[in-house]
Design a protein around this ligand. Structure first.
Ligand code: SIN
Length: 285
C-alpha cells in the first residue's frame, strides 16, 4: 500500500492513507510521515485499531515519549496506569469519580504544556469512544497567524516573552485575581511570544486564549489589547481545520506550530481519547 497525503484545509491538516499503525513501519515510511507532519502540522489517520503498545511504538517515531507533568497523586487514571498516557474523558467510574482528565464541554484555544519550562513538541490522540455530536477538535496554524499579524504588533512583541498559566481545571481564561486562583497546583512558565520553530525554522505566534496571561514588559492595557487582537487572528475561521472524530481515528499535531480547541458536546454521552506527548526542548526567545 502506498502512503497517501491528502490536505484537509488550506491552513493545516492532512489525512494520511495507506498505513496500518498497528504494525511496525519501515524507516522510509516513518520519515515520509514525519515530513508530512512538519509540512501540514496536523496528521489524521482514520480507522486505526490500536493497542496502547502500538500507540507508544508509533509515537516514538516522532521522538521521546514524555512522562506526564501532573503529579501522580493528582492523576485520575491512578498510580498503576502508564504515566505516559492521559485519558481525556468525561467517563466516570461506578463511584462517580472521573477516570481521566479534561472531562466535559468546550475548551478554549491553547497549546499543550506551554505552562511548564519545556513544552511537548507533539501531541497524539487516539479516539476510543466518541459522542454522536460535538466534541470536535479545532486546529489553528500559528505559522499562518504570525504571517497575518500586522507589522505594528510584530514590532511590539518580537523578542519578548509571554506568561503561560494553567491550574488543571481551566477551560476559560486564567484570572490571577479570582478567588482561589493562586492555588498550589497552579503551573506557570515564561515562553517566547514569537517562536522560531526548533525543527522547521519558521516563525510562529506562541500565545493562546486559554493560558496566556500577559506579554512581558508591556503596559497591562497594551498587553491585553494586543493579545485580544492576536487571538482573533489565530481563531480566524479561514485558518482553522476542524476535526470531527470517529472511533479509531489517530491524530498527531505539532504543538509548537498550532493551537487547538474543543467544541462542546452532550455531557450525557461518553467521550474517551488516549493521549501521548512527545518531549520537546527549552525554547529560545
Ligand atoms: C486537549 O487539549 O489535549 C484535548 C483536546 C480534545 O479533547 O479534543
Amino acid at each position: 500500500m502506498a502512503l497517501t497525503v491528502t490536505p484537509l484545509s488550506p491552513a493545516c491538516g492532512a489525512e494520511i492513507g495507506g498505513v496500518d499503525l498497528s504494525k511496525p513501519l519501515d524507516k522510509a515510511t516513518t520519515d515520509a510521515i514525519y515530513r508530512a507532519w512538519l509540512d501540514h502540522i496536523v496528521l489524521v489517520f482514520r480507522g486505526q485499531k490500536m493497542e496502547e503498545s502500538d500507540q507508544r511504538r508509533f509515537a516514538a517515531t516522532f521522538g521521546t515519549v514524555g512522562e506526564r507533568a501532573r503529579p501522580v497523586e493528582r492523576r485520575a487514571e491512578g498510580a498503576d496506569y502508564d504515566g505516559r498516557f492521559m485519558l481525556i474523558t468525561n467517563v466516570r467510574d461506578e463511584k462517580g469519580q472521573p477516570i481521566g482528565s479534561l472531562p466535559d464541554g468546550e475548551m478554549w484555544f491553547h497549546q499543550d504544556m506551554v505552562f511548564v519550562e519545556v513544552p511537548n513538541s507533539a501531541t497524539m490522540l487516539n479516539a476510543i469512544e466518541i459522542p454522536s455530536t460535538g466534541g470536535n477538535t479545532r486546529f489553528a496554524s500559528l505559522y499562518r497567524a504570525w504571517e497575518m499579524t500586522p507589522e505594528r504588533i510584530k514590532r511590539r512583541i518580537g523578542g519578548r516573552r509571554a506568561l503561560q498559566t494553567f491550574n488543571y481545571h481551566m477551560v476559560g481564561r486564567f484570572d490571577p485575581n479570582a478567588p482561589g486562583a493562586q492555588q498550589p497546583n497552579l503551573r506557570q512558565a515564561w515562553q517566547p511570544a514569537v517562536l522560531t520553530h526548533p525543527v522547521s525554522g519558521r516563525k510562529a505566534l506562541m500565545v493562546n486564549r486559554l493560558m496566556t496571561v500577559r506579554i512581558e514588559g508591556l503596559p497591562e492595557d497594551e498587553s491585553r489589547a494586543i493579545l485580544d487582537e492576536l487571538y482573533d487572528i489565530i481563531e480566524d475561521p479561514a485558518g482553522i481545520y476542524e476535526h470531527v472524530w470517529a472511533v479509531d481515528d489517530l491524530l498527531i499535531w505539532d504543538n509548537l506550530a498550532s493551537a487547538h480547541a474543543r467544541t462542546d458536546f452532550p455531557p450525557t454521552e461518553r467521550r474517551l481519547l488516549r493521549r501521548l506527548m512527545i518531549q520537546g526542548q527549552k525554547l529560545a526567545v
